[in-house]
Design a protein around this ligand. Structure first.
Ligand code: ZN
Length: 208
């Protein structure tokens, strides 16, 4: 399930101290939440908590990866999430921008910083379909990303713990929390399909 909606009565919420409320959220594996007060048909006002889990945001990143594939780019997509809301989304654009740094993660970090008017993204989670490379993992450290969530691990060049551990390196000024393997099969499939298609196409004589 990607979305849960909790209706908490006013007295139930009032009885919870902020710490207990956060614990409740944690208990039910709520990773991010949106809250609003709504009036039910029986006149009772409740705090409605709309909850999205990691899979929900990874599907948003996968959608970005689809856009990349449609543009002939290696299909990697990313979104930045703050307080349960997507504040930036991007896909790999190395070919279209003729820019080796135009990875999805770099573009989404730039967008998120612009949205927040701050380079410090201390409460931002970054969802990306593939484990970040050294450049992107370093950018996450420098921009103080709170957590990176990725789908497909990259044993050859992934730098969030697979080939290197840039996000958790003790000498860095900041450590990025890592959650791996979210929708890994789907994240792997989109890349596999892309390269299978390329092998069958005119690029066969000049593989990437
Ligand atoms: Zn990268």
């Amino acid at each position: 399930m990607n979305v849960k909606i909790l209706n908490l009565s006013r007295c139930a919420v009032a009885s919870l101290c902020p710490a207990r409320f956060r614990a409740l959220i944690f208990d039910i594996r709520v990773l991010k939440a949106r809250q609003r007060r709504v009036n039910l048909s029986n006149g009772i006002q409740v705090l409605q908590v709309i909850v999205f889990d990691d899979e929900h945001f990874m599907r948003r990143a996968l959608l970005q990866a689809e856009y990349a594939a449609e543009s002939g780019e290696v299909p990697v997509g990313a979104v930045a999430v703050l307080d349960g809301a997507v504040i930036a989304s991007a896909h790999n654009q190395v070919e279209s921008l003729k820019d080796a740094t135009a990875h999805a993660e770099i573009l989404v970090i730039t967008q998120a910083a612009a949205a927040l008017k701050d380079w410090r993204l201390v409460d931002v989670d970054l969802f990306v379909t593939k484990e970040p490379c050294a450049m992107c993992a370093g950018a996450m450290v420098n921009s103080r990303i709170k957590r990176v969530v990725f789908g497909l691990s990259d044993p050859r060049s992934g730098c969030a713990g697979s080939a290197l551990d840039v996000t958790g390196f003790a000498g860095m000024l900041h450590k990025v929390e890592v959650t791996r393997g979210v929708l890994e099969d789907e994240c792997a499939a989109i890349i596999r399909r892309f390269f299978e298609t390329r092998r069958l196409g005119p690029q066969n004589s000049n593989p990437p």
